[in-house]
Design a binder for this molecule. Structure first.
Ligand code: C5P
Length: 403
């Protein structure tokens, strides 16, 4: 979304909230003038994303250039589209980030103009709007009514936020249909670590952040699936459109997973603790005045992936496990595929040097019973989309074969 510099810019905050509620991912570019009306800080707080403001910010160019920014989206929405921004678009300008994105994009562009009625009716604006409409740009509004300025009314108000959401979704419909490859499916995902209590204040845990599992659940939801995410303790926002079941221990995770069945696809991304304390104390263990440390007896936790992969009639049609390894990644992962009875294993190197645990990117291998594919390093969100795409293709192929 591109926020232009008009008084109606404040309505974009509500627009962002409404879009996020409806599970859309919103990334925002603000013009310099827009920042006079709303701050990048408030926009960023709502999108939960970095806000882009400057074409010549080298950091931006290295991480995500304006070309990628303009293509890495399903639609570019300009709201409010001011007379000046419309004129610069019609003239093919690219002297700031907003106009550069608009000139570089190959995606549908939707303008929501808002300006003073005289500016809207000015022949120059009329010419520019006609030009843009002829160029294939979609335009919603402006609406008729009172202006923010005193005693001004006419055509020029930004359309109501609900109408703008409707226009965006209509424009997006063909694109969204392409992505909804898991419609009608139930996808079960586990994510995050488990915490195994030692006593009421201490526990055994691991460094899993839950980012990969949450990204998988979000990607499956975007693909139209009903998604249940069984999550260990993490500090991540719940992905939109996903039923999240919060658990603490491995035993609770297994119970929640079993309760969520049947599922078409199950992805076990959680870093489940292998052991738990045999008998956690109900009172805090005290330091002994005589010195020495308490002995902790461990017992094995249930293997959730194995239990579900070998559960006979309730087994999801496609079962995917993760293998986090620090040595001999592929060899261990192949063994795990067999031992657990999974269909696929996604293997990654979690040695400290790889920086995967807690990080935002991942380099994985997809291991099936007869093949190994090594994917280049990419973000956890991209890994998630790719796994979901592949899984959907597999499920749809199974369905076609059965018919
Ligand atoms: O810990 P391990 O390397 O065996 O994990 C491999 C896969 O098994 C992962 O997908 C993990 O989520 C799953 N797993 C599980 N329950 C366990 C241990 C692992 O579901 N107790």
């Amino acid at each position: 979304m591109i926020i232009g510099g008009g008084i109606a810019a404040y309505k974009c905050l509500d627009l962002i909230r409404r879009l996020k509620e409806r599970s859309h991912h919103v990334r925002v570019v603000m013009t310099k003038a827009a920042q006079q009306f709303v701050t990048p800080l408030s926009v960023g707080a709502l999108t939960n994303e970095r806000v882009f403001t400057d074409l010549f910010d080298l950091g931006d160019e290295r991480e995500i250039g304006h070309i990628r920014l303009s293509r890495d989206t399903d639609i570019v929405v300009v709201a409010p589209a001011t007379a000046d921004l419309i004129a610069r678009m019609a003239g093919g300008h690219a002297d700031d980030l907003a106009t550069a994105v608009l000139l570089a994009t190959d995606k549908p562009v939707l303008l929501a103009p808002a300006m003073n009625p005289r500016m809207w009716l000015n022949p120059a604006t009329r010419r520019n709007v006609t030009q843009l409409a002829n160029d294939g740009v979609r335009i919603v509004g402006p609406a008729v009514g009172e202006m923010a300025e005193r005693d001004e009314e006419g055509v020029g108000r930004l359309v109501e936020v609900s109408d703008l959401v409707g226009a965006i979704e209509t424009a997006l419909a063909p694109e969204l249909a392409k992505h909804r490859i898991l419609t009608g499916r139930h996808v079960l995902v586990t994510g995050g670590p488990t915490h195994e209590p030692i006593d009421p204040v201490r526990y055994i845990a691991n460094r899993s952040s839950g980012k990969q599992g949450y990204a998988l659940a979000a990607a499956a939801a975007r693909s139209g699936a009903r998604v249940t995410l069984v999550s260990g303790p993490v500090s991540l926002p719940e992905p939109p459109g996903v039923d999240v079941v919060h658990v603490t221990t491995a035993a609770e995770m297994l119970k929640a997973v079993q309760a969520a069945l049947p599922a078409d696809l199950a992805i076990f991304a959680a870093a489940v603790a292998d052991w738990r304390i045999a008998s956690p104390r109900s009172d805090k263990i005290k330091k002994s005045s005589a010195g020495g440390a308490p002995a902790l007896e461990l017992v094995e936790n249930p293997d959730i992936l194995k239990t579900i992969a070998q559960s006979g009639s309730t087994r999801p049609r496609l079962v995917i496990g993760f293998a986090a390894e620090t040595l001999d990644v592929l060899a261990h992962a192949k063994k795990k595929l067999k031992a657990k009875g999974a269909d696929w294993i996604i293997a990654n190197d979690v040695s400290a040097a790889a920086g995967i645990m807690g990080g935002d990117s991942n380099a994985v291998h997809l291991i099936t019973s007869d093949s190994v594919e090594s994917w280049p390093q990419m973000s956890k969100a991209e890994v998630a989309s790719k796994i979901v795409e592949r899984a959907a293709a597999q499920l749809n192929a199974n369905r076609a074969a059965a018919e």
